[in-house]
Ligand binder design. Structure first.
Ligand code: 5GP
Ligand code: ZN
Length: 139
C-alpha cells in the first residue's frame, strides 16, 4: 500500500467511490470523469505501478472479472461494445501510478474519438521491429 496513492486510498475506503465489484484481489469502480457513462476502472488491490510487476498468477486473477464486468457494463448502459485501455507509463497517458484497466462502453455513432494516428511502416521497418521485439521476449 502506498499512503499517497489515490487508488490505495480508495481501496482502504478513505475516499467515497461508486463500487461496482470487489473480491479479495481486485476492485472495480466507476471512473469519476467518464469518457461515457459506465466507464469503469478494474484495479488490483496491491499497489503495482506497472503490469510487469504482477506475477503471472496475479495477472490472471486480476483480469478474471473483466468479461463479467464488461458484459454487465454493456448491457446496463445499453451499449453495443467496449474498449479496454491500459495506460502503462506516463508517456502512455498513465496519470494514476497504480495499475488499472479502463473498460469504456461504446455505442455506434457515440462520437467518442481517441485521436490515434496509425500509419503504414516504411519499407524494411516491420522486419527490423519484429526482430528487435522478439529478441526481448522471455519465456
Ligand atoms: P490513467 O490516465 O492513469 O489511466 O487514468 C486514471 C483514471 O482515474 C482517470 O480516468 C480518472 O478520471 C480516474 N480517477 C482519478 N481519481 C479518481 C477518483 O478519485 N475516483 C474515481 N472514481 N476515479 C478517479
Ligand atoms: Zn496504490
Amino acid at each position: 500500500m502506498d499512503t499517497n496513492c489515490i487508488f490505495c486510498r480508495i481501496i482502504r475506503g478513505e475516499i467515497p467511490v461508486s463500487k461496482l465489484y470487489e473480491d479479495s484481489q481486485v476492485i472495480a469502480i466507476l471512473d469519476i470523469n467518464p469518457i461515457r457513462p459506465g466507464h469503469t476502472l478494474l484495479i488490483p488491490k496491491k499497489h503495482y505501478a506497472s503490469l510487469s510487476e504482477l506475477t503471472p498468477a496475479e495477472q490472471v486473477t486480476w483480469l478474471q472479472p473483466l468479461d463479467k464486468l464488461s458484459r454487465a457494463i454493456v448491457r446496463g448502459t445499453g451499449s453495443e461494445g467496449f474498449n479496454l485501455l491500459l495506460n502503462n507509463g506516463r508517456c502512455a497517458g498513465q496519470v494514476v501510478p497504480h495499475l488499472h484497466i479502463h473498460i469504456i462502453p461504446r455505442k455506434n455513432d457515440d462520437e467518442v474519438s481517441f485521436h490515434w494516428n496509425p500509419r503504414p511502416y516504411p519499407p524494411g521497418l516491420i522486419e527490423k521491429t519484429l526482430n528487435q521485439i522478439s529478441n526481448h521476449l522471455v519465456r
